[in-house]
Write a protein that binds this ligand. Structure first.
Ligand code: GDG
Length: 743
């Protein structure tokens, strides 16, 4: 345990799991439904894509699936019975009260998060009671899991109803491997910021080690929101949390391809197809299948079909739409209204165009058994999958998999996650009504040879990235992130390392410390000049300098350093090694490196241009370098401008033989031969030190670490990859470490 965490919960990233370690799947709903029948309960298994994919996981070994069984049970005896029966099915229930269901599920989950995440902000409700219920129910899930979980178990949490759960669990089971997957889209920061409880939600999810989304866009939105709202920084899919790294990645979910292909070919399904065909005649069939949901764009689709029949009168009597709407959330007001709207539109279109032997829309508000669903997929000519927004959408994948003779056309909305993979569909913008009408017309007249080419290409990809592959890749990635965490924290300054440093320091007769300033001895401030050393730090430096040679080695200008550490018995190296101030010397700063600053005017002009374009940016001029600061620039814009400036300066730097370096919210251009390492080496030259300790927090300190003698201790602040021998959490722990050495 790191010594500073003795009284806190702490990370311990052991990758060597005990053979008893198990996997716990958690989702709002269990993969069964609990139904009341004649005063008794019965379970109906759910055959959803997720249940199929995770089947092999939760049914093996000691693994288990935890979730709500889908019905309220108040009677204690009945609950006890259900627990026993579910136990046999490798499941454990979380019982929710009627009020929980109304406020947590129908309320916060489906009237706040669902509309927000699907960009339907007009349906969002901000109700503090719903939020309280969301916290309370996440807590209930947490308690249920804690009862079952051991410290080194892997807990895989699913979806937007349980976003607080990862952090709740992390606090109780710090060593657990926690993964989170979101099945619905993650919207832009602009939407997330509207939710009053956005910070709690993001911090909740960040309790996980691995966070997965269907698409790269979802993951990019999530990273941006985390950066802006929680302040945690991230790079290349990794979030740097206080004491560990978190991986965020995209895992597009697949289907059980062979199950759909096999079912479509089966005699049972083909008999149903024959029967259905006899009933509807030989007209062309458009198919739409969705849960009742405003995100699926069902009314818009009826309008499109109406427009098609108006513009292409020749299609009347020749094309019908089979529209399956599966009942869902019908107690939520916006869903009730949607149902009424669909009923009205279907009534209108059918009453307008129907003939005695033809109905434009065959509308079903119910769900069908699997073999009938398969028959619909198999017999339809065109699938019209046009959600206004969808995390992935499995219906389109199932349609393609069911096309065993490889004829059929998929029209797919660009707003569905699946559109990123199924590029051989006819992709449409569902808001462009004429565009969708044209796509249907194109689909209905597409040559069979082209249909085959497209379906075949999509089938190849769906076969390869099926739901089993999805589970495998996700689980592999969980392991990968734990290994990465372990690699970084294996270098933690723990109690053992501290003891070693302490005892070697005690024995030393001539010790030296190289201490960087910003980020190492103190935190960052919006204005660099505000990071003045406080009384505690001044005393610490004083105490330490009475026992050892202390060198403050910083990128700061000499005047600031000189003012801040005036009267201290220490050495100071300023501007990464341009200037040195020896302890006890009355004379002013010595120039350590010859400086040629004829290059500065050209570069300054360019930097100024970028300051003018970027409110909040400013230039700091040092003797040997120019620094472009963007800490106070609007987040995102600062990064963008820095990248632009970086490539601009890199090009100019070649001509002047300069080096451009990216720091913590700064871009610095300087002479390459001036660095902290060179300065530290010349300061040590001709002296024998029997204890050397160097601490720093960024790339400029890596030069110091590289220059240290073999037996030196070098420590990098934060969990980044480093040349240093050790990592330490933050400047506060640096102070504690130094404090221990002064005692
Ligand atoms: C969420 C996200 C994401 C439909 N009708 C019947 C029936 N279904 C089955 C389909 C399909 C499933 O329901 C619907 O899945 P989707 O993916 O299309 O949509 P959501 O329910 O909104 O799912 C979505 C998904 O999570 C997975 O991550 O793709 O974006 O919103 O599997 O086959 N099944 C049967 N009869 C029906 O009438 N048996």
């Amino acid at each position: 345990m790191p010594f500073w965490m003795e009284n806190e919960f702490h990370p311990c990233f052991s990758t060597t799991k005990s053979p008893m370690a198990k996997t716990i799947i958690v989702s709002n709903r269990l993969p069964i439904s609990l139904r009341h029948r004649n005063g008794k309960f019965e379970f109906k298994p759910s055959a959803g894509g997720l249940a199929t994919g995770l089947d092999s996981i939760y049914k093996s070994g000691e693994n288990i699936w935890i979730g709500w069984p889908g019905n309220t049970v108040d009677d204690a005896e009945q609950r006890a019975e259900i627990i026993i029966e579910l136990h046999a099915l490798k499941m454990a229930p979380v019982f929710l009260s009627k009020e929980d269901v109304e406020q947590f599920y129908e309320g916060f989950s489906n009237e706040t998060l669902w509309p927000a995440f699907h960009y339907f902000t007009q349906y969002m409700i901000y109700n503090p009671d719903h939020w309280d219920a969301y916290v309370r129910v996440n807590q209930k899930f947490c308690e249920a899991i804690v009862k079952k979980a051991d410290p080194d178990d892997t807990i895989w949490i699913h979806d937007y109803q349980l976003m607080l759960l990862p952090q709740m669990l992390r606090e109780i089971l710090p060593e657990a491997t926690i993964a989170f997957f979101q099945h619905i889209p993650f919207p832009s920061y602009e939407i997330i910021r509207m939710i009053p409880w956005r910070k709690e939600i993001l911090e909740g999810v960040c309790g996980a080690d691995l966070i997965g989304f269907h698409t790269y866009d979802d993951m990019r939105h999530f990273l941006s929101a985390v950066g802006r709202i929680t302040g945690m920084s991230g790079q290349s899919g990794y979030i740097q949390a206080e004491n560990r790294i978190i991986n965020v990645d995209s895992f597009p979910m697949g289907i059980d391809y062979h199950k759909f292909a096999k079912q479509a070919k089966s005699r049972k399904t083909q008999n149903i197809v024959k029967d259905f065909r006899q009933k509807v005649g030989d007209q062309k069939l458009l198919l739409t299948i969705d849960r009742l949901d405003y995100s699926k764009g069902i009314p818009q689709r009826i309008h499109v079909f109406d427009q098609l029949l108006q513009q292409h009168k020749e299609l009347r009597g020749k094309v019908s739409m089979i529209m399956v709407v599966v009942p869902s959330r019908d107690r939520v007001q916006s869903y009730k209204e949607l149902k009424e709207e669909i009923d009205l539109l279907v009534g209108r279109i059918n009453s307008e165009y129907s003939t005695l032997d033809w109905v434009p829309v065959h509308y079903f508000y119910r769900s069908f058994p699997f073999e009938e669903l398969s028959a619909f997929y198999s017999m339809s000519d065109v699938a019209l999958v046009t959600p206004l927004r969808d995390g992935m959408n499995l219906v389109c994948k199932e349609f393609v998999a069911s096309k065993t003779n490889q004829t059929g056309v998929l029209i797919l909305s660009e707003m569905a996650g699946a559109s990123k993979e199924l590029q051989d569909a006819i992709l449409v913008n569902p808001n462009d009504r004429q565009g969708v009408v044209d796509a249907i017309y194109e689909g209905l007249s597409m040559k069979e040879s082209e249909q085959k080419l497209r379906i075949k290409a999509m089938q190849e990809s769906l076969k390869k990235y099926d739901v089993f592959q999805w589970v495998k890749v996700f689980m592999d990635r969980v392991e990968h992130v734990k290994e990465k965490q372990a690699e970084l924290t294996s270098k933690d300054v723990d109690a053992k390392v501290l003891n070693e440093i302490q005892s070697s320091f005690k024995k030393a007769t001539n010790p030296i410390f190289f201490l960087d300033y910003d980020g190492t001895l103190t935190g960052f401030t919006a204005n660099p000049q505000d990071a003045v050393p406080d009384a505690e730090l001044k005393k610490l430096v004083k105490d330490l300098s009475s026992k050892a040679q202390v060198v403050i080695i910083s990128g700061r200008d000499k005047d600031t350093l000189g003012k801040w550490f005036k009267g201290q018995n220490i050495d100071m190296i300023a501007e990464h090694g341009v200037w040195v101030h020896r302890k006890g010397q009355k004379t002013d700063w010595e120039l350590y490196a010859e400086i040629d600053d004829t290059w500065k005017d050209d570069i300054r002009n360019v930097m100024e241009y970028y300051v003018l374009r970027t409110p909040g940016a400013f230039i700091e001029e040092k003797h040997h370098s120019l620094v472009w600061h963007y800490r106070k620039v609007e987040s995102g814009l600062g990064d963008l401008r820095m990248r632009e400036l970086f490539s601009h300066l890199k090009y100019m730097a070649r001509g002047h033989n300069l080096q451009v370096l990216e720091g913590n919210m700064v871009l610095e251009i300087k002479r390459p031969d001036i660095n902290k390492g060179r300065a530290a080496t010349s300061l040590m030259k001709g002296h024998e030190f029997d204890f050397v300790l160097a601490i720093g927090d960024d790339w400029t300190d890596e030069d110091t670490f590289k220059a240290m003698p073999k037996n030196a201790y070098s420590i990098r602040v934060g969990y980044a990859y480093t040349q240093a021998n050790y990592n330490i959490k933050s400047f506060k722990q640096v102070r504690q470490l130094l404090h221990k050495l002064t005692q």
